[in-house]
Design a protein around this ligand. Structure first.
Ligand code: PLP
Length: 353
């Protein structure tokens, strides 16, 4: 606490990211991709540094937006890009959710949403998950007067994904405010709501290069929606933080989008390893929530979450534990390489005896 901080800053509860250790650990705690980015990324970087790095980036990120538009089959005027999807989410809160009414959100979801709500003074209306640990989209739509709706599909940290029909049913009921679907993990087996943006002008879909494109260190994210929503985001960006995506990030992002073969192979590998991991965990008596993401949320009936977390940490394996009443018994385990998952399972076999 400092006397110089404003009351609002004193009240903040900042987001706490998963640990980024310096030691060599089997790192399964922050949902990074275990495989390298597309090979074209390295070549593009070397050539670009020599010829272009001295210049300022394109303020409109035109070529990156064009590449994304082609990949996603929308118009480039329907794409907004930012420095990580967390930045895009911040702009979305300012552009769409700062009304004098609550924002409908699942009670268990990405923990950055409450942080931004707190920062921007947006009240949350939290809806419990159902008995299967799934986001209750009916309840989200029931809310009444609201500033908007936000949820992740697949949800974090549970991994559950909704069908497109379920999301469309929600959109048919919520038409007055923005519905933001955060698709950070959609490439690991869920259906993308980008297919709906031309029919629902209040639908904003956000996503990131951090997970399925193996580029968490780059900080590149985007939003897809109607032109009026994209213009809203642009107005906030140009009034608050007009720094465009840097030119290296654009270049690398485009190179990653072009290599569809690498992308497909990589995500299929993660999906296959996820399913094998689920079976092996179940073999040890774990309950594993069905996941369409690159992680699983799991608990053991006889071994408490904090003890499992500590036992793995002692053996050089880092997973994510959330110290909240609902999730205290669970571990969220990122899907790593097959070797990393072997190490995890060997350690768990010892710990669980
Ligand atoms: C990882 C994650 C993000 C943030 O992605 P960045 O582009 O790395 O900022 C956003 N939403 C969810 C649900 C995530 O898990």
């Amino acid at each position: 606490m400092s006397q110089y901080w404003s009351p609002a800053v004193r009240e903040l509860t900042p987001y706490v990211p998963g640990e980024q250790p310096r030691e060599q650990l089997v790192k399964l705690n922050t949902n990074e991709n275990p495989y390298p980015p597309a090979p074209g990324v390295g070549e593009a970087l070397r050539d670009y540094a020599t010829d272009h790095l001295r210049l300022y980036p394109d303020p409109t990120s035109a070529s990156l937006r064009a590449a994304l538009a082609e990949t996603l089959n929308v118009h480039s005027r329907q794409i907004f890009v930012g420095n990580g999807s967390d930045e895009v989410l911040a702009f979305a809160f300012q552009a769409f959710f700062c009304h004098n009414a609550p924002l409908d959100v699942p009670a268990i979801t990405y923990s950055f949403y409450p942080v931004y709500a707190n920062l921007y003074g947006v009240e949350l209306r939290k809806h419990p998950l159902n008995a299967q640990w799934e986001v209750d989209t009916q309840a989200l739509a029931d809310g009444g007067e609201r500033s908007g709706v936000i949820f992740a599909n697949p949800n974090a940290p549970t991994g559950h994904a909704h069908s497109l029909a379920t999301i469309e049913a929600l959109l048919q009921r919520v038409t007055d405010r923005v519905v933001l679907v955060d698709e950070a993990y959609v490439d690991f087996g869920a259906e993308s709501a980008v297919a709906l943006v031309n029919r629902y002008p209040n639908l904003l879909v956000t996503s990131t290069f951090s997970k399925s494109r193996s580029l968490a260190g780059l900080r590149l994210g985007y939003a897809v929606g109607s032109e009026e929503l994209i213009d809203g985001l642009q107005r906030v960006k140009d009034s608050f933080n007009s720094y465009p995506v840097d030119s290296l990030a654009s270049l690398v992002g485009i190179a990653a989008l072009k290599d569809t073969e690498h992308f497909e192979a990589c995500r299929e590998h993660v999906i296959t390893t996820r399913e094998r991991t689920r079976q092996r965990l179940e073999g040890l008596g774990f309950e594993v929530l069905p996941s369409k993401a690159n992680f699983v949320l799991t608990q053991h009936p006889e071994h408490a979450g904090p003890q499992l977390f500590a036992g793995l940490r002692e053996r050089g394996i880092l997973v994510r534990h959330f110290n909240t009443p609902e999730l205290n018994n669970f571990l969220r385990i990122t899907i790593g390489t097959d070797d990393e998952m072997d190490s995890l399972m060997e350690a768990l076999e010892v710990i669980c005896g």
